[in-house]
Ligand binder design. Structure first.
Ligand code: DP6
Length: 340
């Protein structure tokens, strides 16, 4: 009898491994806006970003059967439904189809900064999910392959696989569209100005689709963006913050001009967004190295020199009472957490 019970123990199914990974969010200096292939998430332009420290999302994945026939997903303690859940499950389907793992998954994810803090959350979220899910499924991907996989969850997640300054080569198919780190000897920082904690009225996915299809200014922005990227890369190589700042601000304003010209126009800005832009210009006139960038929302991120970041933050708090201003320095890439 004892022999039989030990044989049974040998045949009991192995418990599915849990993998935990984390990723920081990133802010684009030269923006990604528009996909030429939605299914594969191939962008209309290459983009350049800075990964920010202290903005990690940590995600655990186990293909353990999930909620029975479906995936069980928990994000910051609550369970998403509808489109949000479908987006995560679609991504897990991709991992399942590539790895041969069939079971539904349990996903538990927590962001270290509030989702409404004005920092892109899907970038960190899908980079961490890509790393944890591929690891749990035994896929053992290198960083480039991980970046290609993360792209399928959310475009900006492609870049969050890497730390510091990151270039996402637009490419033309699944294999050629990935991110890579860019050498940077500059002392850069971002000062984040949160003006509104409301969720965006229209998701970036839908807004970029509408801009591509209906904005007469979109082709001009795409063309300018190619040139902007070259200028930005040259400025980084030369350590020229002023040249970098000017092209960063111009590229973001151009992106918003293109979306405002969509039919109907997409306006993410609030009155305080304009006030912040003017405050940044006034600060520049007073000699501070500071340039604005704005994503799919009303909040403003100011690019500056690391050594002057606290001074820039103090000046912004002074000029914009009632707003939340925080300094973010460059951070690291995706990390598989111990014990995974
Ligand atoms: C304005 O990566 O959120 O932040 O690929 O549809 O998930 P999807 O979009 P997302 O778009 C980010 C747009 C942006 C600019 C940028 O990060 O480059």
């Amino acid at each position: 009898m004892s022999g039989a019970s030990s044989a049974n123990a040998d045949f009991s199914p192995p418990t599915a491994p849990t993998a935990t990974a984390s990723a920081n969010t990133n802010i684009a200096l030269i923006k990604y806006w528009g996909k030429v292939d939605e299914a594969l998430a191939i962008p209309a332009t290459s983009s350049l970003s800075l990964t920010l420290e202290g903005t990690r999302t940590t995600t655990s994945v186990s293909f353990d059967g999930g909620a029975g026939t479906a995936d069980s997903v928990t994000i910051n303690g609550s369970s998403p439904t509808g489109a949000e859940l479908a987006r995560v499950s679609r991504f897990l389907d991709l991992v399942r189809s590539r790895s041969g793992v069939c079971a539904p998954a349990t996903v538990i994810s927590r962001a270290s900064v509030p989702l409404a803090a004005g920092l892109a959350s899907s970038a960190a979220g899908f980079a961490a999910l890509a790393a944890a899910a591929s690891h749990a499924a035994g896929m053992n991907l290198d960083d480039r392959a991980l970046s290609q996989l993360a792209r399928r969850g959310s475009g900006s997640a492609t870049r969050s696989v890497f730390g510091g300054l990151v270039l996402w080569n637009a490419g033309h198919d699944d294999a050629s569209s990935y991110a890579e780190p860019v050498a940077c000897a500059m002392d850069l920082a971002m000062v984040v100005v949160v003006l509104s904690e409301r969720y965006k009225p229209i998701s970036s996915t839908r807004a970029m689709r509408a801009t591509m299809v209906t904005s007469p200014l979109f082709p001009a922005w795409v063309e300018a963006s190619e040139e902007d990227l070259q200028v930005a890369l040259e400025a980084v190589q030369a350590g020229d913050l002023e040249r970098l700042g000017e092209v960063v601000e111009g590229n973001a304003l151009g992106m918003h001009a293109a979306m405002m010209a969509a039919r109907p126009g997409i306006v993410y800005w609030l009155p305080q967004t304009i006030a912040t832009l003017h405050a940044i210009r006034a600060m520049r006139e007073e000699g501070l190295p500071v340039w604005a960038t704005i994503d799919a929302g009303p909040n403003v991120k100011a690019l500056t020199e690391g050594a002057r970041a606290e001074q820039v933050a103090a000046a912004l708090r002074d000029r914009l009472p009632g707003t939340t201003v925080s300094v973010r320095r460059p951070g690291g890439g995706v990390r598989i957490e111990e014990g995974s």
